[in-house]
Design a protein around this ligand. Structure first.
Ligand SMILES: [Zn+2]
Length: 433
């Protein structure tokens, strides 16, 4: 048992209060007790770790394509349809497992140093991604991506890819921090038959189904043969279940939102990516009002530049306050919850996103002596300070499953200079026509 004793503690849960002089007891990667030090039980702890500053749940990135750090900056300024078809897919069709592993390793190091301990990924070569996640001591739900386009002929037939996806699930059974999902890219990038087959497989194997939907302004028209809206089309094809996670969800009418809520679908809100590609403003308040779980997510680093949920939280506050002309429309505590416990719920985890007894010890230690944080006059100032002024500069340590993954601001064991050089040289090759 290790006892973490911190100046301030945010356990998460219904109240999101910040306690002074907190304790978190961790036994074998799981939290045994948390709360105020004066109430802490006499524990048989073998070691006490002092945490000067704030200890809080690590952040969870609900939708990402992390290996796209290989393509960061490519296609700048293009709308999503042209950006995918003209810039991304030609590069991605050439990706090797070694490319993906290098990109994933560098992106995971970036996420960890930004206080993120878990991501949900949709990408190619899942084994290579899992290897990078394991090496970094990170946690991921990895969903192999499916796109039916001639550029991806090298990945084999859909039947072959489905078989590999099931094999990947078996592969993950022995990896405690990697879970397998299925990642059909979108309703417009796949045939109805393939979408339906993936839906059947997800139910049969109890896998998370991770898909982009209602992102493009004209997406409903692109799939009009399948249903009046993309959400209704996905439902008709059997893709909307409690294990479905939809990314973006911008162009939704009230019936779509009601249907998503009825099916128990989780939503990932990506405000920075939505703005970078000029896709629109997602109806966050309408989704939340109908009871949808909405987590925050960065989307891929080629759409965002930064794998940074501090930036995402601030952007969500700004865009929804501006869009509703209401400075009280969304509070810092709301977006912090969306980046921790709600994101965990969206991804189907009941033991992540809070520092409470029985939860996994995925924790982040923030230094509160940042210039962008002061002055902090009471504990109630801490969450707004973290959300409005937080950055990787404040992230001192990150633990995943109780194991140190970031120590004193640096990823534990990741050879950053070597990884950067390798990613750069691979990016040069992939950019060649
Ligand atoms: Zn995406």
């Amino acid at each position: 048992m290790i006892r973490y004793r911190c100046d301030y503690l945010l356990c998460g849960g219904p109240d999101m209060d910040v306690l002074s002089d907190g304790v978190v007891d961790v036994d074998d990667g799981v939290i045994a007790w948390s709360g105020a030090a004066r109430e802490a039980p006499e524990a048989d702890w073998v070691n006490e770790v002092r945490v000067p500053g704030l200890l809080m749940p690590a952040l969870i990135n609900g939708h990402c394509h992390t290996p796209m750090v290989l393509f960061r900056g490519a296609g700048e300024g293009l709308p999503v349809d042209r950006w995918l078809a003209e810039v991304m897919w030609p590069r991605e069709s050439k990706l090797t497992p070694a490319d993906v592993q290098a990109g994933m390793a560098l992106g995971v190091a970036e996420m960890l140093t930004n206080g993120i301990a878990t991501s949900s990924e949709m990408y190619f070569h899942p084994q290579a991604m899992a290897a990078a996640v394991t090496a970094a001591g990170f946690r991921s739900v990895i969903s192999p991506a499916f796109i039916e386009d001639d550029s991806f002929a090298g990945l084999g037939s859909v039947a072959d890819q489905l078989e590999l996806a099931v094999a990947f699930k078996d592969h993950c059974a022995s990896i405690p921090t990697v879970t397998a999902g299925l990642g059909p890219h979108s309703a417009y990038a796949l045939s109805a038959d393939t979408l339906a087959s993936i839906g059947v497989l997800a139910v049969e194997h109890e896998m998370l189904l991770h898909i982009h939907a209602a992102e493009l302004p004209g997406e409903n028209d692109m799939v009009s043969a399948l249903g009046p809206t993309v959400i209704q089309a996905l439902d008709r094809l059997g893709l909307l279940t409690q294990r479905t996670v939809v990314a973006h969800g911008i162009w939704l009418d009230d019936d779509d939102i009601a249907l998503l809520a009825e099916r128990g679908v989780g939503m990932c809100h990506c405000p920075v990516s939505n703005m970078v590609h000029a896709m629109g403003v997602a109806p966050l308040q309408r989704m939340q009002a109908q009871g949808l779980d909405v987590g925050l997510a960065t989307d891929g680093p080629a759409s965002h530049y930064r794998l940074d949920l501090f930036e995402e939280m601030r952007t969500a506050l700004r865009v929804h306050r501006l869009a509703t002309a209401d400075a009280g429309a969304l509070a810092p505590v709301d977006v912090l919850r969306m980046s921790t416990q709600t994101a965990a719920a969206v991804l189907g985890f009941d033991d992540l996103g809070q520092l409470r007894s029985g939860f996994r010890a995925d924790m982040v230690h923030l230094d509160l002596d940042q210039l962008s944080f002061g002055p902090i006059l009471s504990n109630d100032d801490i969450v707004p300070a973290v959300v409005w002024g937080g950055s990787r500069a404040a992230v001192r340590d990150v633990w995943v499953n109780g194991e140190p993954a970031v120590v004193n601001g640096l990823p534990a064991g990741a050879p950053i200079a070597e990884l950067r050089a390798e990613v750069r040289s691979r990016a040069v090759s992939l950019a060649k026509p």
